[in-house]
Design a binder for this molecule. Structure first.
Ligand SMILES: [Mg+2]
Length: 321
């Protein structure tokens, strides 16, 4: 199964999986677990929470697309990335249908700070209450771009990329664990080994008190064999960065296909588009592009534009790795 997947298929699987997971979750964002138990999501739907047609992706994918576009054309340029985020919030680039219908509070306020000229790496809020999943949801391209380099480079890059909207160490640590997990999956690691190695890398890296203490907030992830066995009632699909990272990894560990993983994430309820997108990315990297239903990809808004951008990024990343 997933062990024979080519690197480019894994990268494209992650990128499409992210967008598909977002679009599956958009119509039911903010719904409760109980509602999803009564009426589980099993396919792309339309309308609902944001009254958008089927296949509409949201801020999670838009900001991911801004990041891909900037990496491709400007490399690791945080000023250019910040300008791209500002243009998106003004609905000038990378919206599904020409409007911004979904944006988190911390992300919106940070992008307004960027627009006012605040330095990109100081734009995100630093307080403990600003630890939503808004930077985690756009971290996939960072994982792909920094793959093949030492773990320390990826960890520090994840911190910097998070800082544009989420500068608290808890968000930064969550992004680092996620990026390292994606990278281990890219090289064909099985999910529980990928998470275990990501944990060992961050644990070895953090020697300052502020980061080491934040790492303990994520300690339910290990041992992975025990985390995997937690009951669904112990997992939440909320907008909190720790819940979101746990939910995405738990869904990957407890599924045997791309569809099972991403639908399981969405049917946790709450912040369904973000849980769906970050789980879809992990599952897409693990199972590869061919495991994502073609009808789901084809039904996405601007699927031709996505195809062009994703292929250009995957070609660049696969040749660098
Ligand atoms: Mg969203």
């Amino acid at each position: 199964m997933a062990s024979g997947v080519a690197l480019k298929s894994r990268i494209l699987g992650g990128l499409w999986g992210h967008a598909v997971g977002d679009a599956l979750g958009v119509p039911v964002e903010f719904c409760s677990r109980q509602e999803r138990e009564r009426d589980p999501v099993a396919d792309l739907r339309g309308f609902g929470t944001h009254n958008q047609p089927p296949g509409t992706w949201s801020d999670d994918t838009s900001l991911t697309l801004c990041t891909i576009d900037t990496l491709l054309h400007s490399g690791e340029d945080y000023g250019a990335l910040g300008r791209s985020f500002v243009r998106w919030l003004n609905a000038e680039v990378w919206t599904a249908h020409g409007s911004v219908f979904d944006v988190g509070i911390a992300t919106a306020s940070a992008i307004r700070r960027l627009a006012r000229g605040v330095a990109p790496l100081e734009a995100g809020r630093y307080d403990e209450d600003s630890n939503g999943n808004g930077s985690l949801m756009r971290m996939l391209p960072v994982a792909i771009w920094f793959a093949g380099r030492p773990a320390a480079d990826t960890i520090e890059a994840a911190h910097r990329y998070s800082a544009l909207t989420h500068r608290h160490p808890r968000s930064q640590v969550g992004c680092a664990i996620y990026c390292l997990t994606v990278q281990r999956l890219m090289t064909g690691g099985v999910p529980n080994a990928a998470v275990d190695m990501a944990w060992r890398d961050v644990n070895a890296h953090y020697d300052t008190a502020s980061f080491a203490s934040e790492l303990s907030v994520y300690s339910r992830l290990v041992p992975v064999k025990m985390f995997e066995k937690l009951h669904a009632q112990a997992i939440r699909g909320s907008g909190y960065v720790v819940d979101a990272l746990e939910a995405s990894i738990w869904c990957l560990l407890n599924s045997r296909s791309f569809e099972e993983a991403v639908l399981k994430a969405i049917n946790l309820g709450e912040d369904t588009d973000t849980t769906g997108s970050i789980t879809g990315a992990l599952a897409g990297v693990h199972y590869g592009l061919e495991a994502i239903p073609v009808v789901w990809r084809a039904a996405l808004a601007r699927s031709d534009d996505l195809d062009k951008l994703f292929n250009a990024f995957a070609d660049r990343a696969a040749s660098a790795a």
